[in-house]
Design a protein around this ligand. Structure first.
Ligand code: BLA
Length: 296
């Protein structure tokens, strides 16, 4: 590859740096045990720098960030925050994959509970956040058809977009990222500890289900495999990115998502059983799910 495209030189390090600064204003971060284990990640490609950071804090079970930088080429951000099961807080999720051709972005406060099924959960967290998506969706428009299964992990304020990797778009994304992250920190600050064991168990299982999904089906996995090898990529996914998948619960992927079962009992490697859909944003301005209006 020659020179690289416009924009592929922009780094996501600043996003992480400022987000951690904002977090430290509100709470005390301590290194998460996974940080030491994944401090040095060796890649198969000399021009690639991988940075992995993880912390916990009161109320926050895991705050972790992974960036991948290839000079003038691919830039990756995977930043997420998971609360302790005593809270039903949404999961902060910022994923960006930038190549010289385009940036693929998901930015959301992923709901712990499906917001179409659980109206109370939608009201509790998203009603007041709808202005965020109104503010940012003009410059960060819906990215078109998407793996249908992903929708249940998205909230009505999700930013799913595909951008040209320009400096201007990098700034737009930075601004949305900070707004969304500050909104999450605000929710975290206000969150009140649940005392009912039943509700805590339910939160833990919901988080485990989410981790189980992403540890198995995340679209970043093939690239990680190519960069660091299959074994190391598996370790990174289960022990760092989606840490908790092996400790928060005991249910298997197929117990949560039986539609992926094959006749021989193994998990279907396809990312989607239903295929892609949702040509346009499937929520209205109030956060009500309207589905795939175009396809009827
Ligand atoms: C593509 N990444 C995508 C797509 C989505 C996401 C929606 C578009 C393809 C699709 O519809 O599936 C991201 N999907 C998510 C997220 C959730 C989800 C965040 O369900 C959360 C619930 N992306 C990364 C990382 C890498 C990466 C860390 O986040 C690389 C290390 C790469 N994402 C990547 C690549 C593509 C992609 C290469 C395009 C190829 C493809 O579509 O498979």
């Amino acid at each position: 590859m020659s020179g690289g495209g416009l924009g592929a030189g922009f780094s996501y390090q600043k996003f992480v740096h400022v987000a951690l600064e904002q977090t430290r204003i509100r709470t005390a971060l301590v290194p998460h045990p996974s940080q030491e284990k994944f401090k040095f990640i060796k890649t198969n490609e000399g021009n690639t720098v991988v940075n992995a950071l993880s912390f916990s804090a009161p109320k926050i079970r895991l705050l972790r960030s992974l960036t991948i930088e290839q000079k003038n080429s691919v830039q990756v951000l995977d930043f997420a925050a998971f609360s302790e099961p005593e809270y039903d807080l949404p999961i902060f999720c910022a994923n960006a994959f930038t190549s010289p051709a385009r940036s693929i972005v998901v930015l959301d406060l992923n709901p712990l509970y499906d917001t179409t099924e659980h109206e109370d959960y939608r009201e509790k967290y998203y009603r007041n956040l709808m202005p965020l998506v109104h503010k940012h969706s003009e410059l960060l428009p819906w990215g078109g058809k998407i793996t249908s299964e992903s929708l249940r992990f998205f909230s009505p304020i999700v930013i799913w977009t595909i951008l040209e990797p320009t400096e201007a778009n990098h700034q737009v994304l930075y601004s949305a990222f900070m707004d969304y992250y500050k909104a999450w920190l605000e929710l975290m600050d206000e969150a009140v500890q649940e005392t009912s064991i039943e509700k805590i168990d339910r939160n833990r299982e919901a988080q485990h289900k989410y981790l189980t999904w992403r540890a198995e089906k995340d679209p970043g996995y093939p690239l990680l495999k190519k960069l660091i090898g299959e074994c190391a990529a598996k370790d990174l996914v289960r022990g760092f990115l989606f840490e908790g998948v092996d400790s928060l619960g005991t249910k298997s992927f197929l117990e949560y998502f039986p539609e992926y079962a094959q006749e021989d009992g193994t998990v279907n490697k396809k990312r989607s059983m239903i295929g892609k859909s949702f040509e346009s944003r499937p929520w209205d301005a109030h956060g009500q799910f309207v589905g795939d209006a175009g396809d009827g």
